[in-house]
Design a protein. Sequence first.
Length: 484
Amino acid sequence: MTTVEATYPGSFIAGAQHRNAGDELQVVNPADGRAFASIAAASAADVDTAVQAAAEAQRAWSELAVSKRGEILGRAAHRVEEHLDELIPLLTREQGKTLRDSRIELTKAIDTLMHYVGLSKSLRGAHTPNLDPGVEGYVLRRPLGVVGAIVPWNFPTTLLCNKLAPALVAGNAVVAKPAATTPLTTLRFAELLTEGGLPEGVFNVVTGNGSVAGEALVTHPLVRKIAFTGSTPVGERIMALCASGVKRVTLELGGSDPMIICDDADLAAAASAASMGRFYNCGQACLAIKRVYVFESVAEEVIESVVAKTKRLKVGRGDAEGTQMGPMHTNAQRSEVAGQVSRSVSAGGELLAGGSAPDDADLIDGFFYEPTVVIDPPHDSPMAIEEVFGPALPIWRVADLDEAIAHANASQFGLGSSVWTRDLARAREAANRIEAGYTWINSRTKVYDELPFGGWKSSGYGKEHGEEAFDYYTETKSVVLGAS
Ligand code: NAD
């Protein structure tokens, strides 16, 4: 039996730690492959306890003024902010990312909470006078009730807050399920929000596997909506389960974002954006540059620049000084990416950087993989058609914008995309024709809370961010007020 430093009872329900009835799961540090904590998984009965607590708390929460809910959430978020220095190393330890990336993630999570706190003061609705003489209409908005938020391990806190913030401001209560491998930051986050004044039961966390805790949450009759971020196959399963009872569902799923670099682009800036967009968070991001299409005439310059940047990246433990790229999250994830790279190279791609695990003695036990660049793998190879969820970038030479857009759209995914050109007509054409939920033009691939975001095709359903997010956490009702 492995000895761990800490054992956790499991869930956080109605403002307190709750001992789960399920098996003990281990939390492993991806930098050295060692389990440092164990945590009991939630059974279906534990999930039921959490959902009942949420349903109970939701009634009083929904009766508060919207601005009051915002005010309470804002104070609670401030409490989390005061504990950033405690949360950052915890996130790095369970997820693997660099301390810098953990700070960026947690700061962004708090920003998202505050964005919706701000919106809580400005929400307005629709009113139509004189539908008929003396008759007017207006549209009521009501919260859904209990929302289940299911989150993956790559950005445990931002992906949670994308759901939590609009859900709570709209008057719902939330039961969240983090990934089985990253429960600890989320649990502490929930505790801090409660200490900061969020009423007990309004936000609960159940931990455990998708097949037990996740499905118990999705199928619970009191859960009115599932907000899911994760892989496309699991999203499809969740959507099918939500058919029973016609539950609301939003799905933020996999992606394989194309980046098009035209011959008139600022090539240095584009190469930097490609490197940053592919290798941040060790390539484990949904919105990440996963395919580059560069015009032939400038391809050599771009490839040389991207390869040089890739080789300079300092790989190391997330908590070590100067590390630019940490380990991958699990060994299984690393094996999957290594397989996609080796099959794409065997099929004809040219490996110009990386392609294996680093052999430094101090990294050998962790789940490290070198940042990798592959040139011109066949367009039906794994790196072209599958989602590569790790630090490996394929680059293709293309003749022109038409060819680039055709390849960009020849994917089951439609999450993000970017185009680099100084020609406004080309930029417009790309923005109009690329099938994706985001197109960045001459910009790094940053997500803004102000803009609605959601995938097209197999990348998802529904929107997060923006005021639009409220549409997915409320029901509307048309009311007609007669003349007498
Ligand atoms: P995953 O789908 O395996 O798991 C995501 C979450 O779903 C976890 O909490 C897991 O426990 C839970 N889950 C698994 N099976 C379930 C089931 N049957 N019922 C209910 N819950 C279940 O995804 P992952 O491997 O953890 O994450 C990586 C994937 O997430 C990638 O495909 C990535 O592109 C995607 N992602 C998408 C976005 C986006 O905004 N579109 C953001 C980040 C990650």
